[in-house]
Write a protein that binds this ligand. Sequence first.
Ligand code: ACO
Length: 433
Amino acid sequence: MSKKVSINYNDQNFELDLVKGSENENGIDISSLRNSANLITLDPGFKNTGSCKSSITFLDGEKGILRYRGYSIEDLAKNANFLEVAFLLIYGELPNKSQLDKLIFDINENAIIDEDLKKILEGFPKSAHPMGILSSLTSALIAFNPEKKISLNNNNGDENDYMYNSIVKLLAKIPILIAWVHRRRKGLSLDYGDYSLGYVQNITKMMFQLPNQEYSENDIIVNAMNKLLILHADHEQNCSTSTVRIVGSSEASLFASVSAGISALWGRLHGGANQAVLEMLEAIKNDGGDTKKFMLKAKDKSDPFRLMGFGHRVYKNFDPRAKIIKVAAHEVLKDLGIDDPILDIAKSLEIEALDDPYFTSRKLYPNVDFYSGIIYKALKIPKEMFTVMFALGRLPGWIAHWREMRMNNDPIGRPRQIYTGENHRDFISLKKR
Ligand code: ACO
């Protein structure tokens, strides 16, 4: 028999269903409360609200566990390539050889962008932030790739070709847009890649190849990039993914939904933290490197300064991605022969924070963004492009959630509110105001 939760309100008892997840997490299904008790729940920031059932990513913030479709993030970061992980997230299983070959073939077939899109890119001022450009160009892609209606109302779980085509187009075109955004900032020609290369190799080539130079692949860069992309690929119902799901729930297209996700990722409390971390570390270095001074600022409630790259809504132990990225940062800097004082500043901040009651009592630990910028910097990616690289990694996760939401026929997202404004009053004419 399914378990129930009772709540008592106005001397009446209301029985609510308990929903159990596959990792034994429990949720109370409150959806009947509105009709039965005329009650809603209030949870600003959705700190304790489940918005959907999902079988894509599991995380346990208390234990520091993160798994994509059951595979641990440590295992995937060590052994998988990014496209395998993308397929896994979107379709639920690791691809076999022919499935992966087909995905690669289809991506390569779609790795073309209408030349008119270059004119739109050229129209942005040089100072425009790459995240704003990427979000706009992703939205502009719709004009050049009008989506036929993706109807999944057949209720038999079938996926139609339109959905597959949209997914493949996005996986093919976003890397080109990202490379173009980067190249334009550097004043380089806007080229296409070399599709005989792997997906990640091709991305690095598209970004970094200089004119009239033979491209020589650097395994350290490709491996670091592959790892970073996998570590960023999904993180269940975070701010940008929830945005993608809620936009898509109105039956907006995949491209429109992902464009909105890119905008949500941009903010410095979310994906924009990687740029903010590097700016913070550089500011500390330029200020003489006194980490203790900045620790005091972070703890001072009258000071808006926060230790960027620290804290997380769901991780209350450690962020398993941060652990992997910290080791990777060391390896990449060593392999590339870089001695960056910024890494030492980051390590000092971490040591001090992990020994400070302000941070330990609030369970604030380094998150995915704390060390990633140090790697991007070592790969010669400019700070303003860090969050764009995050978006590239998060793309499969956004697609997977958008697809899951549509396949499940989830209802349109529309929260309630507790109204705190004026009660009814009569209009006052301008003369009397
Ligand atoms: N530095 C100093 N104090 C912090 C920090 C920080 N980085 N993060 C949280 N706190 C404090 C808050 O001031 C608050 O203190 P209080 O209880 O005395 O009021 C307490 O810790 C809880 O913080 P909240 O902001 O309520 O936690 P929330 O879950 O809403 O926010 C967030 C999480 C946004 C990640 C927050 O920790 C933060 O701003 N971190 C810095 C930005 C950052 O690194 N963002 C990237 C997150 S990872 C990602 O999105 C990819």
